[in-house]
Structure formats: C-alpha cells, structure tokens
Design a protein around this ligand. Sequence first.
Ligand code: IPM
Ligand code: MN
Length: 353
Amino acid sequence: MNLKIAVLPGDGIGPEISVQGVAVMNAACEKFGHKVSYEYAICGADAIEKTGDPFPEETFRICMNADAVLFSAVGDPKFDNDPTASVRPEQGLLAMRKRLGLFANIRPIETFDCLLHKSPLKDDIVRGADFICIRELTGGMYFGEKYRDNDKAFDTNIYTRPEIERILQVAYDYAMHRRRHVTVIDKANILDTSRLWRKVAKEFADKYPEATTDYMFVDYASMRIIQEPGFFDVIVTENTFGDILTDEASCISGSMGLLPSASTGEHTPVFEPVHGSWPQAKGLNIANPLAQILSVAMLFEYFNLTEEGALIRKAVKASLDANVRTPEIQTEGEPFYGTREVGAWIADYIRNA
Ligand code: IPM
Ligand code: MN
C-alpha cells in the first residue's frame, strides 16, 4: 500500500514523540512492504508564533492531501496564563476537527497486566478492563453559539438528529465487532439535547437487537467507570461529557502516556495521543512515546492493515515486559529509558520480528 502521511508534531513534547511515531511507522512499512511518504506541517503555539494562526491554511491543505494525519500535541503555558490572549493553541485542534469533519473521537481504554499497580484504582477493579469511548467531536457546547460580556456568558449545547445518528452508527459498528454492548451516556433527566440523544439511540437499539444497549446518566456513569470499568464495552456520548469521561477513564490504565486515539469523519482521519503537550518535559527525553506509537497502530488498523497494527501492539507489550520503560511507569530499581531509547527498541523489535 502507498501511504501519504501528514505529520503535525505541534508543541512541548510533541516533536519528540512524533519522531518515535514516525520511526515505528517506517519500521512497520519496511517490514510489510508499504511505501510511505511524509509531509510535515505546523500547528498550535508553534504555528501562532510563525503565522498568528494555530491551524494555518497551509496545514489544512497538507492534511486534506494526506491519507492520514499523525498528530502529537498542542499547548503552551504562555497562553494558559494569559486569559486575554485572543488566539490559543487549543483552537488549532478545534479548527482541525471542524474543518476535517472529524465527528468521531475513538478512545480505547485498555490495561497492561504489568502496569496494573500504577493505576490509582485497585488491581482487581481494573484487571481486564477493556472498553472504547466514542465521543462526538464536532458538536455540542464546544461549537454552539457563544456569548460573553462582563456580566453574562453562555455556550449553546446544540445537536441535530443527523449528528446523533452518525455517531451512534460508529458506536454500533464498533460494538458489532466487540462484545456487542453499547452504553449511551447522557443527562436525559435534565437536558433536552440528551432527550433527543436518547430518543435517537432507542431507535438504533431497535435496529440492533443482537446488541445490548443501556442508558446511563453521566453523573452515575462517571462513578461506574471507576467502580466497575469491566462493565463497559462501547460508550457513546456527546462532546463535553466525552471530554470529561475520557480523562477520568485514562486513569484506569495507569498512565495517560499509554493512551492513543483516532478521530474520524468526513475527511482525513487523525491519530493522536490522548495526553497533552507536557511543556515542562520538553526536550528532556523523558516523555513516554507509547501513546503516539499506539496511535500509529490505530492508523494501520483504520486501513484494515491489522497485522501491522498487531505487530506494533506486540512490540509495545514486549518493551513493557522487558522493562524498557520511561520513568513514570518504570519498576522500582530498574533503570529509566528515554523517549528515544524506547522508540528505537520498539522499531528494532518490529524490524527483527
Ligand atoms: C481533548 C482536549 C481538547 C478538548 C482541548 C485541548 C481542546 O482536552 O482532546 O480531550 O477539550 O477536546
Ligand atoms: Mn480533554
């Protein structure tokens, strides 16, 4: 296969983990005989400094031209501490989602047995947890009409039936290849948007009698996710609830540095770590590249290149088992490995497999 990849390293630790993602991509393409080419583009704080725009037109063009985007992270404390800043790096991420029509954000939550003790939850609660959150990504309060003056502000939470239907379709497509269990999370006891979600979801449930569908209020769901994560298979929810619940769920696996994600929809799909730009660690060679590397596995799987994805996952697991780990997940008494060293170990493993 020929793959044209847009690489958006972004800010903070982004560029360092991006290099490792590309190295692993190259190793897998070599191994399986794929031709891959890359076009690099700027975004986030880096792009604001260079062009004034966190998602410049040229970056959009490069993304549209590619088969997939390998994205790393955006964000810089310079902007966080300045509430008057008129442009922020995060707006680049929102612009990318909106302009590429990426309405589905897929965040798998898996555990690695050798890292269970790193989770703040008890081993027997998290062992075997394996679910995916399907978060609606281009609607709701993030993009609804907004207003702010000195004394009043609002963000409109708005959803239309087609927006709800297409994200539910993604959820059921995943569920049918998994344990056929969909949990629709909403606040239908209070919100009209949630009532519409639930109505449309009930219609889907009727269309998929072979799947189990249940409905949960978001407050209860947030408790259930940490009390009994093993209950869930496929979660589907609106943009804001999904943002909050996926950060919560990321605790289950022991480190945010392990979680990849895919955003798919109308145009080029984007593959990126769930974690942010961790500016304090920039250039220190300590950031965990695994979430980025697992995003590459998701990228292959998106194109039905399942063997490639499986080999990357196997290599990641082997690196953990061999204690080739960055500081935040290393076993006591074992030496720390850097971002580069972990990436190189995994790329070698793939080449020699
Ligand atoms: C995420 C992030 C983003 C979001 C921010 C950086 C805009 O928190 O991808 O979850 O809120 O969606
Ligand atoms: Mn978030």
